[in-house]
Ligand binder design. Sequence first.
Ligand code: PLP
Length: 405
Amino acid sequence: MSGIQSNLDGQAHWRSALMDNYGTPGLTLVRGEGARVWDADGREYLDLLGGIAVNALGHAHPEVVRAVTEQISTMGHISNLYVNPVAVELAEALLEIAGLGATAGSEANGRVLFVNSGAEANEAALKITRRTGRTKIIACEGAFHGRTMGALSLTGQPSKREPFEPLLPGVVHIPFGDIDALKAVVDSDTAAVVLEPILGEGGVIPAPDGYLQAAREITKQAGAMLVLDEIQTGIARTGVWFAFQRAGVMPDVITLAKGLGGGLPLGAVIGVGETGDLLEPGQHGATFGGSPAGCAAGLAVLRTIARDNLNDHVAALGKDIAAGIEELGHPLVSGVRGAGLLIGITLRDTVAPAVAKAAERAGYLVNPVAPDAIRLAPPLILSHEQAEGFLDALPTALDSTQKGN
Ligand code: PLP
């Protein structure tokens, strides 16, 4: 261990040992339990960001700890040169919750590829789209799909892209939520339209009603794939297993990561129907993809969400939090958006970093996802009492950024 003694000490060590791509964080977190975390100075916080929508079951959940401990004590890694029963079980579970499971007498209507992160899932999805023989891809302005070169090519945020250009050719970015723009650009050269159901890193901006359905129809007409990036919205984050289920559409490709591994690095691509057959032996791979330990964590996550009816809990708690924020009637808050426990609090001023800092001083970790928006993506096991504590503390955090305070 590094022997870090305090938050300040942690910052000094981070600054000297780690590259500066994240800047130097202010807090050193050393322990977590459920939705609570502790810093190196011994202070407790309610973690309303959950490792950026990753810790679906919170920290140190007994089911995840047990599953990973058992698996790592049995066999932690085997590569993909051998059948990995845990990966098979998780793939079947994912197909099942996506509505693609085997029905009596027939095979599942899709197949899964495991990877290690969100960016890697989108890279694989891109390669799947290349198997159509078409190379034009449509993505959205403001969207975030990851930082590796292919995923970055899809990401619609110029500040993240420009230092690394030229990126993958053939990617066209259009305004998010604009059905006419989508209609105008999708044609017979289009391999795929890649969308987030809710822009996560882009500021928690939900697709307008009817957008995903229109995207489904437009892509179908053009013989193009609809790829939904559910890396942030999937695995019960919005109160359903996948956000596309609320919209009632079935995409051709679904990418997942974040909440799937319950804190372990795990990503997945689901190819729906024949899309799941496009990658042939030798065309893609990842040494760690679908590691037994990661998949054991994934299975524990899915089983616990199902056992504890967390989808219903997330839907109800998300509504309560959104209503609670609206009811505050705070002059700085212009609205609340998102779904389930992916919540954006929009502000009338560009003071989100200061609000987040003030919340942190009060013992709540939130994320200034945009200059004028705060993101909440807490563990799905967050309790109503914990949420109420945050709602009680929020006005003071908001007040502290107003002139004169
Ligand atoms: N796609 C979406 C929607 C994301 O929110 C993220 C990460 O925030 C990614 C892709 C990239 O995932 P990762 O950071 O695991 O590469």
